[in-house]
Design a protein around this ligand. Structure first.
Ligand SMILES: [Zn+2]
Length: 181
């Protein structure tokens, strides 16, 4: 699997993407509360496929796996179904921002696991597919970089209504910089 740190980092990125989409759908609510919750749930969802595999009861020797690794909790169709359903319900019930953010995090987790040799069961729980790009955890920085790039571009589009460079202008970085003419 991708490292825990990679899943945590990309989970936050997924949360940011989800929050931007919730905002875009005009469902962010008073004080952006639904967007903020979608953001937090993205982080929770980013780790979920792995922590859902662990038992929540203790059996003397601590928590153990009760679901075999990368099976039902890593099932692509289930996560995508949750994402799509919650998205379509978002307009009428903004509370759907929570499962939406959670699903965004879950899908991000699967994307991060996908390139590793073990792969991810996208279509069938019992049949994993791997991109086989690298050994587990070897290129986490690529995954984190890609996730954050997408997240920042989306956040910029939605909240600053612009592409990257305009956002910087809006933040007055250029005007305030010592290099200004
Ligand atoms: Zn995993």
């Amino acid at each position: 699997m991708a490292s825990k740190e990679a899943h945590q980092s990309t989970g936050w990125a997924a949360g940011l993407i989800a929050a931007a989409i919730v905002s875009q759908a005009s469902a962010s609510g008073p004080l952006h509360v639904w967007s903020i919750l979608a953001f937090l749930m993205g982080y929770a969802g980013g780790g979920a496929p792995d922590w859902l595999e662990l038992s929540w009861w203790s059996s003397g020797r601590g928590r153990h796996s009760w679901i075999s690794h990368r099976t039902v909790t890593h099932w692509g169709i289930a996560w995508i179904a949750l994402l799509v359903t919650s998205y379509y319900k978002l307009r009428h019930s903004p509370v759907m921002a929570l499962p939406f953010g959670f699903a965004a995090g879950g899908i991000m987790h699967l994307l991060a696991d996908w390139p590793n040799p073990l792969g991810v069961p996208w279509l069938w729980v019992s049949k994993r597919h791997s991109l086989n790009w690298w050994k587990s955890g070897r290129a986490d920085w690529i995954i984190m970089g890609a996730a954050w790039m997408v997240a920042l571009v989306m956040a910029d589009r939605v909240w600053f209504h612009s592409t990257g460079i305009h956002a910087i202008e809006k933040l007055d970085v250029i005007r305030l910089s010592p290099f200004r003419r």
